[in-house]
Design a binder for this molecule. Structure first.
Ligand code: SAH
Ligand code: SF4
Length: 358
């Protein structure tokens, strides 16, 4: 930012909670002066405090299958990657992992996988029924694009939330990155999820090859448009066994900026400090994200023997820790921040879906 083009008026607009336009978001995302960034981050932190409070929500992530029918160009578990060992957890194994997460205090589990049609709507219905009758946890599913009927089945069986990123709002870029998905279908899926009754999470990657700052500003406006309950943004991390192997990854700094501006624009959403950010950045990358807008962390509670095989991107953190240890370690780590770990389920604040937190 030029010295004679100070962003003060923008900061004042944020303070008075005025709507920001795309060109203003672009200016914020283009800030480089350390003092300006400090000010932006402080404002985002204030919005976080005002709209979602001090509590940090922990979601235990269970990566139950790395089979995928799709070939997203960025992803390490894409169908055509023959170099990885594929695994599928059984219903019993998934259920045991859920019980273990619940027993150490997680109030939400996130069940994520590649797009693996081995797991049918019936499978999820049976699993959900079992979880919901025997464990006291909210359940988030993140299993990609499915039919409206399957989403309905999952919701009726008790799933509370669904995560499906739209990855980028730039249609051309979306098409380049997804040989077997299309933007309109992705958006339809998000609409179905909302209609069916889920609390819906979405998000994008930052630093995708060819992505511009204007694209990121448009992504943030799209988040607002979609009235999402959760927004996950993390850096793109280049994986050696994908078509994007030789391209640079996204940056930690741009990820911080997108988190901060997303918080300022969307106000009351849940925003995780993502594992991808923690993996790319310094060890305290996720702690820093908590101070500039984030309020959720998703520790990995996948059984240790499978964890390394779920390699969406390289050098994923938390490959070693056991569930209980990690939960305890993380609680201490968050205590250092001076923020309490939430004891409720951490439902969306918008009052959609089946429930709201009391
Ligand atoms: N198959 C499901 C869920 C697993 S992928 C789906 O696609 O929705 C979950 C997320 O991981 C994706 O939405 C994508 O944003 C992210 N991801 C995949 N490959 C990545 C990479 N190389 N770097 C950073 N994030 C990646
Ligand atoms: Fe499959 Fe999801 Fe990876 Fe795409 S991002 S290849 S759908 S696991």
């Amino acid at each position: 930012m030029e010295k004679n083009n100070k962003p003060d008026s923008l900061f004042e607009k944020i303070e008075s909670e005025e709507n920001l336009e795309q060109n203003e978001l672009i200016r914020l995302l283009s800030l480089t002066d350390q003092r300006d960034l400090t000010r932006l981050y402080r404002l985002a932190d204030q919005v976080r405090q005002k709209y979602v409070g001090e509590e940090i929500h922990l979601r235990g992530l269970i990566e139950f299958s790395n089979y995928c029918r799709k070939n997203c160009n960025y992803c390490g578990i894409r169908r055509d990657n023959r170099k990885i060992t594929r695994y599928r957890m059984t219903m019993e194994e998934i259920y045991t992992a859920v019980r273990e997460a619940a027993s150490v205090g997680f109030r939400t589990v996130v069940l994520q996988s590649g797009e693996d049609l081995f797991y049918t709507g019936e499978f999820f219905a049976e699993l959900l029924h079992r979880i919901k009758t025997e464990a006291d946890v909210a359940v988030t599913l993140s299993v990609g694009e499915r039919t409206r009927q399957e989403y309905q089945q999952m919701f009726q069986a008790g799933a509370d939330r669904y995560l499906l990123r739209f990855e980028t709002s730039n249609h051309v870029l979306f098409k380049e990155l997804h040989p077997d998905s299309n933007y309109r279908e992705r958006m339809n899926a998000l609409t179905w999820l909302e209609e069916v009754g889920f609390q819906v999470g979405s998000g994008v990657m930052i630093g995708l090859p060819g992505q511009t700052i204007a694209d990121l500003a448009a992504d943030i406006l799209k988040f607002k448009d979609l009235a999402l309950d959760m927004i996950g943004v993390g850096p793109f991390i280049s994986h050696r066994d994908t078509p994007l192997a030789d391209l640079p990854s996204g940056t930690v700094e741009m990820t911080y900026k997108v988190i901060a501006v997303t918080r300022i624009v969307t106000k009351d959403t849940h925003i995780p400090a993502t594992t991808a950010l923690g993996s790319l950045g310094p060890v305290d990358g996720r702690l820093k994200a908590m101070k500039l807008g984030a309020n959720v962390v998703m520790p990995n509670v996948t059984p240790a023997k499978y964890r390394a095989l779920y390699e969406l991107y390289p050098d994923k953190i938390c490959l070693q820790e056991e569930t209980a240890y990690y939960r305890d370690g993380l609680t201490g780590w968050l205590a250092a921040l001076g923020r309490p770990v939430a004891s409720g389920y951490g439902h969306g604040k918008k009052g959609k879906g089946r429930h709201r937190d009391g």
